[in-house]
Each structure stands twice: as C-alpha cells, then as structure tokens.
Design a protein around this ligand. Structure first.
Ligand SMILES: [Zn+2]
Length: 326
C-alpha cells in the first residue's frame, strides 16, 4: 500500500477511535438503526451500449394488481394458471405490471419508443417517463423522434402534457395500419371508445409531424420496423442494429414473462385478436430464440431486458446480467 494511502487510513482510524471514545458505542449503534426511511425510490432508468448506440430503458412506473389470471390465460382455469406461477416462484393472486419506454441515442438522433401513462398517472406513482428521462441526463426537448408502437393508453399517455406536446422538438413515427384503425369514425363507439378518444386527444393533433410505417420500413439508420399484429391491428416491433450488435424491441408482443412466454398460446385479455396475437408471439419469439439476440419487452420486469430459449410449450425468459457491459 502506498505511504499516502496508509497515512490516510491511519488518520481515519484515529478519527474513528476518537468518535467511539467520545460516544458510548451503544449510542452509535442506535443512531444507525434510527436512520429514517427514505422516500427516494430506485433511479428508474437502466443504460447500456449497443454497438455505437446508447440505449436507456426508463421505468414509467409499476402497477400492482390482481392476477395474472384471468387477464392472462383468460381461456384457462384458475388452477392451471396458478400452478404455472407457483412453479416459477410467483404468487397466483397478485402481480406487478411494469411499463418501460426506451430511449435510443444513435449518435445523430435521440429516439424515444413509447411514452408511458402520462402526467395524469403521476399521483399513482406512474407517468414517470419525463422526470426520469431528465434524471438520466437528457431533456424532453432533446428527443428528436418519438416512435409509437401502438395506441394503447399506456403507450400514448405521455405524448401530451397539459395540452401541449411533451417532446416539443420531436417528429413522430408510427404504423400506418395502427393509425388508420384507431382514427376510423366507428372506433368512437362501443368497446374501442375510450382508447379512440385518447388517440383523438394525444395522437391526431400531431398527424402533420408524423411519418407512417409499413412492415420493414426504417425509422432512422439502424432501426427498422416489423409488423407484429394481434395485440392491436397495427402493432409494430423494432429491430435495432449497430456495429454488429442487435436488440429487438418487442413492445406488447408478450406481456407477462412467465404466462405469455411459457404459454404463448394462452389468451390475453389485452390482445384485441387473441389467436393472431398468439401466432405473432410464436413467430417473434421463435426468431429471437433462434437468433439468440436480446430483446426489450415493454411489460417485462424492469429493466425489461432478456433472452428466450425454447422450453416445453413455449420459452423461458433469461434476464440479461452483464452481457451488455462487455
Ligand atoms: Zn402496453
């Protein structure tokens, strides 16, 4: 150990001894035990590099609720779903849904995928995208492209704040089929009414700044779209590639890391076309498993990043550990 270090260690231990001598040890222990609980939660973002891209997964919030059954495994009996969850060390009656928009700095564009539940959800601890994006070192004004994977409220909720665009300098990119479906007049009544009204207030006013994608179209160099329908009629996922590294953003193709991946054929209440969504899950995760590439799923457990391998009737979710650091 260099001398300077030894000296500072000695200094520290002398100071420490003085403190212990001056204060009865029991008091020191009590003081530590009485540190007040802090309100400060987790940082709420997770950053890594993908070739020349910098990727930041941002936790918009966590929502505990009853389930997963019957939301997941709607066509199964409760016991069947419960036993799969128990095998996977999960409770059967309660689960936590998480929401993870993703920010990608390509070096020339700052691209945000989805916008969370928005400011209206902030009182419930969600809608944290903008403050956490800022805590991660960017401002909302820095975002140059906002990509909307589909138009459910947990993805378009943060597009507007107080009636104005949250990301003031951004242009917008979304699927042509998704836009056409949700803006058709007949969606404004019946089961699609609430979602269609949210689309009218959060998406339609920005149509002039919007580019509409079809299957295979490019968002910016290195980022391309794939149609992955069933969850909604125009749901899109994205392939990111930089310097030979690849990552898929699978949006809402699979929304529970056990129920949706281990039993991809089970019906899910949020999927608008249940059979088509199941077929899409198989097609997308067959590809991800075969290519052995990481994926980021909007509702996977934060930081929402993992791999899949074939297992039994479906796939096993393998969370990323240090693969993205080396
Ligand atoms: Zn969603």
């Amino acid at each position: 150990m260099p001398t300077a270090d030894r000296r500072s260690v000695l200094k520290m231990s002398v100071a420490g001894t003085a403190a212990v001598l001056a204060t009865p040890q029991i008091m020191v222990r009590t003081a530590h035990a009485q540190a007040p609980m802090t309100d400060v939660g987790n940082a709420g973002f997770h950053r890594f590099n993908l070739g020349g891209f910098e990727v930041t997964a941002i936790l918009d919030g966590l929502r505990p609720g009853d389930g997963p059954h019957p939301t997941f495994g709607e066509d199964q009996d409760a016991e069947t779903v419960a036993s799969l969850l128990e095998e996977n060390f999960l409770p059967a009656g309660r689960y936590v849904n998480s929401f993870t928009p993703t920010l990608v700095n390509t070096g020339s564009e700052l691209v945000l995928f989805d916008t969370g539940l928005g400011a209206a959800a902030r009182e419930g601890g969600m809608g944290q995208l903008r403050p956490r994006l800022e805590a991660s070192g960017y401002s909302a004004d820095d975002v140059s492209v906002v990509v909307l994977t589909h138009f459910h409220g947990d993805h378009i909720g943060g597009v507007m704040e107080d009636g104005a665009p949250t990301f003031a300098n951004a242009r917008y990119v979304t699927g042509q089929a998704e836009y056409d479906f949700w803006t058709a007049d007949e969606r404004l009544s019946g089961p699609t009414e609430n979602s269609a009204r949210a689309v009218q207030s959060n998406v339609v006013p920005l149509a002039e700044k919007m580019t509409f994608l079809g299957d295979g179209d490019e968002v910016v160099p290195g980022i391309s779209a794939m149609l992955a329908t069933g969850h909604t009629p125009g749901h899109m996922i994205f392939n990111l590639e930089s310097d030979g590294k690849r990552l898929m953003l699978t949006a809402d193709t699979a929304n529970h890391y056990v129920a949706s991946l281990q039993r991809p054929d089970w019906h899910v209440r949020f999927d608008m076309d249940k059979d088509e969504a199941a077929a899409t899950r198989r097609r997308v995760f067959d590809m991800i498993a075969a290519d052995r590439v990481p994926f980021l799923g909007y509702h996977m457990p934060f930081p929402a990043l993992g791999y899949v391998e074939p297992l039994d009737q479906g796939y096993r979710f393998v969370p990323v550990s240090y693969q993205m650091m080396i």
